[in-house]
Write a protein that binds this ligand. Structure first.
Ligand SMILES: CC(=O)N[C@H]1[C@@H](OP(=O)(O)OP(=O)(O)OC[C@H]2O[C@@H](n3ccc(=O)[nH]c3=O)[C@H](O)[C@@H]2O)O[C@H](CO)[C@@H](O)[C@@H]1O
Ligand SMILES: C=C(OP(=O)(O)O)C(=O)O
Length: 419
């Protein structure tokens, strides 16, 4: 079994460069299927979700040229398959974007229901509502979603729930519709704006991405483009929290500081000094008195659920009590028992965790059950006395490019072991 062995007690100090955003990359890669010419995608994170997706595009008939670890060109013109069976999609959640991409390109799709992080029930009813509003018939049979549309021509949809995935999927499906599509009550995450920019570069007219309402005037014939993926605000936020958790001094570069406002605000509230530049953020503790704070997860621009778990590790050793309320996913507290095994004092009641700050954590054998539980446990390991072994490495590799090497470059002591 693969594990990260973390020897704790080291302050993180130095500079670290942020990779491209997983949640934008995993939408843009399937979206290349609707292009009419090659698409060069730059600043892709070198993570397993991207690797799997790249292989998937090849299996579907697209030609992929790898330029370097973070840049590929996808030529979708030879792709013919609109079927993505469970074997292909089970490994990660964002395979659902193949539904929108296939529907746009082929007017039909057959895609198995997705896998991904087990953080509670993750229905896709809003995705299907979007497709239906554009004119598709939806049928679910033997775990596969079948979409058909003699004419998918655009429409109007008001989403019941603010959903990142449903917003992007409806945008993809609308990209080749001749009529205007209006999607209301949409998610406003920066990754949605990045996908909108990618579609615009192909020739689709997309207005309103980043607000509550998106209007799309599709085109039946699209071009190709060169697109650079935006920085990963969740990776950046993880390293901001790690810097604070080890009472270090870290400058995080190649970021869009505005995207990190909710994390910056919470770290400042808790006593950490955070400075922002045009494309960097410096997080340092300066010997400041560090106290607990309260976190409530919300859709962007609220505090992101994907940084709830790493933040909880930090809060285990701050002065006084903190609360963490998880409003997005029902079962995103699986890291709590593992933190408790390291000496954290956490009490969970429904969607809220109450954390009483302790003096220190102790290293232990712990298991990451999902991606962000993984980074949370690595942070806890760096805070702890002694050694922590984190299993569930496959989850962590889904979303963090070289997390061990990046943290070691800041002075951490993390090795990759196979037992
Ligand atoms: C690949 C990707 O981008 N993943 C992100 C995306 O996931 P994902 O797109 O799956 O998350 P959503 O924004 O869709 O989910 C938000 C909430 O809506 C619910 N819901 C969603 C769709 C639907 O059809 N019906 C429904 O009830 C979900 O169960 C959840 O409670 O946004 C989440 C919320 O910021 C992040 O944690 C994930 O990292
Ligand atoms: C939940 C996450 O990812 P996914 O939606 O890909 O499972 C995440 O990035 O924290």
């Amino acid at each position: 079994m693969e594990k990260f062995l973390v020897r704790g007690g080291k302050k993180l100090v130095g500079k670290i460069k942020i990779s491209g955003a997983k949640n934008a990359a995993v939408a843009i890669l399937p979206a290349t299927l609707i292009a009419g010419a090659p698409c060069k995608i730059e600043n892709l994170p070198n993570i397993s979700d991207v690797k799997i997706l790249t292989e998937m595009l090849q299996k579907l008939g697209a030609k992929v040229t790898v330029h370097d670890a973070n840049t590929i060109t996808v030529d979708p013109r030879g792709a013919t398959s609109y079927h993505a069976p469970y074997e292909l999609v089970k490994k990660f959640r964002a395979s659902y974007y193949l539904m929108g991409a296939f529907l746009s390109r082929y007017k039909k799709a057959k895609v198995a229901l997705p896998g991904g992080c087990k953080i509670g029930p993750r229905p896709i009813d809003q995705h299907l509502k979007g497709f239906e509003a554009l004119g598709a018939q939806v049928n679910i049979d033997s775990g596969e979603v079948e979409l058909n549309s003699s004419e998918i021509c655009g429409g109007h949809v008001y989403m019941d729930i603010v959903s990142v995935g449903a917003t992007i999927n409806t945008m993809l499906a609308a990209a080749c519709c001749e009529n205007v599509t209006t999607i209301e009550n949409v998610a406003k995450e920066p990754e949605i704006v990045d996908v909108a920019n990618f579609l615009s570069a192909l020739g689709v007219s997309v207005r309103g991405a980043g607000t509550d309402v998106i209007r799309i005037q599709g085109k039946t014939k699209l071009g190709g483009c060169t697109h650079s993926v935006i920085p990963d605000r969740i990776e950046a936020g993880t390293y901001m929290v790690a810097a604070a958790a080890t009472r270090g001094d870290v400058t995080i570069t190649d970021v869009i500081p505005k995207h990190l406002d909710p994390i910056t605000a919470k770290l400042r509230e808790s006593g950490v000094t955070v400075e922002e530049g045009d494309d960097f953020i410096r997080v340092r503790c300066n010997g400041n008195k560090i106290k607990g704070t309260d976190i409530k997860t919300f859709p962007y621009p609220g505090y992101p659920t994907d940084l709830q778990q790493p933040m909880m590790s930090y809060l285990t050793c701050t002065d006084g009590a903190s609360t963490v309320t998880e409003n997005i996913f029902e079962n995103r507290f699986q890291h709590v028992d593992e933190l408790a095994r390291m000496g954290a004092d956490i009490y969970v009641e429904g969607r809220m965790a109450v954390i009483k700050g302790v003096k220190s954590l102790k290293g232990a054998e712990v298991k990451a059950t999902d991606l962000r539980a993984g980074s949370a446990l690595i942070i806890a390991g760096m805070m702890a006395d002694g050694e922590t072994k984190v299993s569930g490495v496959e989850h962590i590799k889904r979303g963090y490019e070289s997390i061990d090497k990046k943290l070691n470059s800041l002075g951490a002591d993390i090795s990759f072991v196979t037992e």
